[in-house]
Write a protein that binds this ligand. Structure first.
Ligand SMILES: C[S@@+](CC[C@H](N)C(=O)[O-])C[C@H]1O[C@@H](n2cnc3c(N)ncnc32)[C@H](O)[C@@H]1O
Length: 197
């Protein structure tokens, strides 16, 4: 069990935020691969301001609109670019000057909370986006993935992400798996990938 200072279980989203906060600093260029309601995007913006930039992807206009509303107060200095686009197109969408300079890419898989459940991340595009993210991050750069095997299709996607990270060149990437309930196949999992060489 991963716990906080008061010995209470730490959600994997919170743990992902902890890992990200240790990596990302003001001025960094980072990517939120699944903007959703914009909570992670807000968190990333707070870390990179005032000189950094957050690029965000979501396939749903609702998500982009909600995130824009949430972030309106922080957007005055053009530190945010949201794409209504599939994160599988990340490599082609992120301006070339930032390739190899991205400090971190954050994935929170699944569907938009409070919205329809059939629009959700899928293995094929998730794996394409992860491959692009692994290329785009800088040396020392980080990828985090919170995956939810408990929903329909989520089990296969979670297994595919795990296999992908286990297949990475260990001379180039250090990876880890965090889970609060290893005996429960439906419990969420957090994967981290750090570029080391
Ligand atoms: C669990 S939510 C993300 C939560 C979000 N990070 C937050 O802080 O609120 C997953 C999001 O991924 C989006 N999504 C699904 N497939 C996608 C894809 N191929 N490319 C980009 N976003 C996708 C969904 O529309 C949904 O908004």
């Amino acid at each position: 069990m991963i716990s906080n200072a008061s010995n209470r279980p730490l959600s994997l989203v919170k743990l992902a935020h902890q890992l990200v906060a240790e990596h990302v600093k003001p001025g960094d260029i980072v990517i939120d691969a699944t903007v959703g309601n914009g909570h992670d995007t807000t968190f990333l913006l707070d870390l990179v301001l005032p000189d950094g930039h957050v690029f965000g992807f979501d396939i749903q206009q609702t998500a982009i609109d909600q995130a824009n509303r949430r972030l309106a107060a922080q957007m005055s200095n053009s530190c945010l670019t949201l794409f209504r686009a599939d994160h599988a197109a990340m490599r082609a969408t992120i301006p070339l000057i930032y390739h190899g300079r991205i400090g971190m890419v954050m994935f929170n898989l699944g569907y938009l909370p409070g919205s329809v459940k059939h629009i959700k991340t899928q293995s094929k595009s998730t794996l394409a986006a992860l491959a692009a993210a692994a290329d785009l991050i800088s040396l020392g750069g980080l990828i985090t993935v919170v995956a939810y095997p408990g929903h329909d299709g989520g089990g296969d996607e979670t297994r595919d992400v795990d296999q992908w990270r286990l297949g990475l060149d260990t001379g180039q990437y250090r990876t880890a798996l965090f889970e609060n309930h290893p005996d429960n196949p439906s419990a969420p999992k957090l994967f981290s990938v750090c570029k080391i060489g």
